[in-house]
Design a protein around this ligand. Structure first.
Ligand code: PGA
Length: 253
């Protein structure tokens, strides 16, 4: 049975207290009984990371951050460095979420520096890629995905490939006004991503986990997981309630 992944990005929702309640309830629901061959992860807001790290200390649930600067330290007001994340006990970092790219103008050049900094500091980079609606309509989705992968992973050390995670999230499918992609559409894009990872890293690229995200919900989740090359799900809104998170995991895995 292949290893699968399921995690949530909480965006700019949930205070520290809300996150504590979420994680406490989640631990109660799992009661120490976590499905095998499944990696779970939670990515709360920065202010909640320290207390989340305390709550997840003995849990198999991995803790991630939503963003990171590439420098160890410096005159970068408002930014968070890899050293700070290491210090908090964070193990993964999401990079290039569509809201970072399209609301805050992060470029592939920035993301390349961030991905390399993450691996240099022993953090698991969860690199998010995806095409916009205009790019899909123009028929260039596959080109966009390949360009993002090639630019963002430029110079990625092959010996660290085991730590890389990719999330494919079509920009037009994300969030309250997102339109869920069909499972077949997602499956075809995952195939393209897999092919590109193999071009970049040889056979090792074949085992990089590729997660799907964007309006994943209890009704459509199983369909995505049935696609070849979909190794897990990256969920927003539908997993922000601990009971829903838990029941999706139980139903799917
Ligand atoms: P959504 O968010 O599931 O609420 O569409 C997904 C994401 O932004 O990662």
């Amino acid at each position: 049975m292949k290893h699968l992944y399921f995690g949530t990005n909480m965006k700019m929702y949930k205070t520290n207290a809300d996150t504590r309640r979420f994680l406490t309830r989640l631990s109660e629901l799992f009661g120490g009984d976590y499905p095998e061959a499944l990696t779970l992860f939670v990515i709360p807001s920065f202010p909640a990371l320290e207390s989340a790290a305390g709550l997840l200390k003995d849990s198999p649930i991995l803790l991630g951050a939503q963003n990171m600067h590439w420098a160890d330290e410096g005159q970068f007001t408002g930014e968070v460095s890899p050293l700070m994340l290491n210090d908090l006990g964070v193990s993964m970092v999401m990079l290039g979420h569509s809201e970072r790219r399209h609301v805050f103008g992060e470029t592939d050049e920035d993301l390349n520096k961030k991905v390399l900094a993450a691996v240099r500091h022993g953090l698991i980079p969860l690199l998010c890629i995806g095409e916009t609606a205009a790019q899909k309509d123009a028929g260039v989705s596959d080109e966009v995905l390949r360009m993002q992968l090639k630019q963002d992973l430029y110079g990625f050390p092959k010996e660290k490939i085991g730590s890389l995670r990719i999330a494919y999230e079509p920009v037009w499918a994300i969030g309250v006004s997102g339109v869920p992609a069909s499972a077949e559409y997602a499956g075809r894009r995952h195939e393209v991503i897999r092919g590109c990872l193999k071009d970049l890293f040889g056979t090792a690229g074949g085992s990089v986990p590729i997660l799907f995200g964007g309006s994943v919900n209890p009704q459509n989740a199983a369909g995505y997981l049935l696609q070849n090359d979909v190794d897990g799900l990256f969920v927003g809104r539908s997993a922000w309630d601990a009971d829903n998170f838990h029941s999706m995991v139980r139903a799917l895995f």
